[in-house]
Design a protein around this ligand. Structure first.
Ligand code: UFG
Length: 338
């Protein structure tokens, strides 16, 4: 089976490409490299021994996408491509809506044209918004997102639901990711943020490797056990495995199904810092700063549905996540840049 991964050279896409190839799928990657590097393709080949087919195209370029579908016999699509920086989305909402919605709409139109009906979408726990109690379960109504990035995820879920009503052949799996961290254990692929990292783990790794003097923890006066925010962190390879299971599910079912992809266990920012220091025997200097706008105090997944219906659960520990993040950072202090 041939699987198209849009955004397949990104953090989650590249790890999913490896797991798919190792499960026997043929992988085709479409990516415009706006936030990633072509050398990811070489790294995937180094890990798996198989080079994925690569199209350097923008998924919103309909003619280019039609050409890809005409040349390749695609059976299913996993849609990762999209802008993903929460803060940037507040500054550039129109760019976020244009890019994230356009790519999805174009992709759906071209899939329909070429009779491709299986679709797995990279959604986010952010669609639960601020109204829902945790742990989040898939039966909850979606909430209000605190930023345009989150709204694009919520809107795309709506678009996919409507498309599946109109086209009874369509099979859509919405994976609501919690907080993916870690890296492939080879240290060949990992998270490679441009500039100052927005997310916690890449920031911690860059402090540990000496690229940044210290971590600022965004608030320690939350109503949580140690006052810092708690999240459901999961290993990116576990998350990649969830996509393999989601594809199997999509090939056997029609309509829309939603799955939380998390561990079900929250950790605080301080717990992550200390776990990283302990797992890797390195120091992570930090200071306590002001709260960051839009951060929720805590949330985590009810991970039961993925376990019972997909046969997926996270296997890797927090120690694995910290060790693999650090292994990637040490081996690639400048990410994919030479
Ligand atoms: N944090 C710090 N200092 C930093 C960076 C982060 O203290 O320098 C804290 C944040 O305040 C938060 C926690 O670390 O409490 C995790 O922050 P991340 O930015 O790593 O992750 P978020 O939970 O804010 O965001 C993630 C994804 C988004 C997604 C969101 C909700 O990055 O894509 O979860 O699901 F929308």
């Amino acid at each position: 089976m041939s699987i198209l991964l849009t955004g397949g050279t990104g953090f989650i896409g590249s790890h999913t490409a490896v797991e798919l190839i190792e499960s026997g799928y043929d992988v085709i990657i479409a990516d415009n490299l706006s936030n990633s590097s072509a050398s990811v393709i070489d790294r995937i080949e180094q890990i798996t021994g198989i080079r994925p087919v690569f199209y350097k195209i923008d998924v919103s370029d309909k003619a280019a996408l039609q050409n890809l579908f005409a040349e390749q016999d695609i059976d299913a699509v996993i849609h990762f491509a999209g802008f993903k920086a929460v803060g940037e989305s507040v500054e550039k909402p129109l760019e976020y809506y244009r890019n994230n919605l356009d790519t999805t709409l174009t992709l759906l139109e071209v899939m329909e044209q070429f009779d491709v009906h299986q679709f797995v979408f990279s959604s986010s726990a952010t669609v639960y918004g601020s109204e829902n109690p945790y742990p989040y379960t898939e039966t909850m109504k979606k909430g209000s997102c605190s930023n345009p990035y989150g709204w694009t995820k919520s809107m795309i879920e709506q678009i996919l639901g409507d498309a599946a009503v109109a086209n009874s052949n369509l099979s859509v799996v919405l994976l609501r990711y919690f907080n993916p961290i870690g890296a492939h254990e080879s240290g060949l692929i990992g998270e490679d943020p441009q500039g100052i990292p927005n997310n916690l783990m890449p920031f911690i790794s860059q402090v540990a490797v000496g690229k940044r003097p210290k971590l600022t923890i965004f608030g320690d006066d939350y109503d949580t056990p140690d006052g810092t925010c708690r999240r459901d962190y999961l290993h990116v390879v576990d998350l990649a495995d969830a996509h393999v299971k989601a594809l199997e599910y999509a090939s056997e079912h029609k309509g829309v199904e939603i799955f939380n992809i998390g561990t079900g266990t929250p950790y605080s920012v301080l717990e992550i810092v200390h776990a990283f220091e302990k797992s890797n025997s390195v120091a992570v200097p930090y200071e306590i700063g002001a709260r960051r706008d839009g951060d929720l105090p805590e949330f985590w997944a009810d991970a039961e549905k993925a376990k019972t219906m997909l046969g997926w659960e996270a296997k890797r520990s927090l120690e694995d996540m910290c060790r693999d993040s650090w292994n990637w950072q040490k081996k690639n202090p400048n990410g994919y840049r030479e």
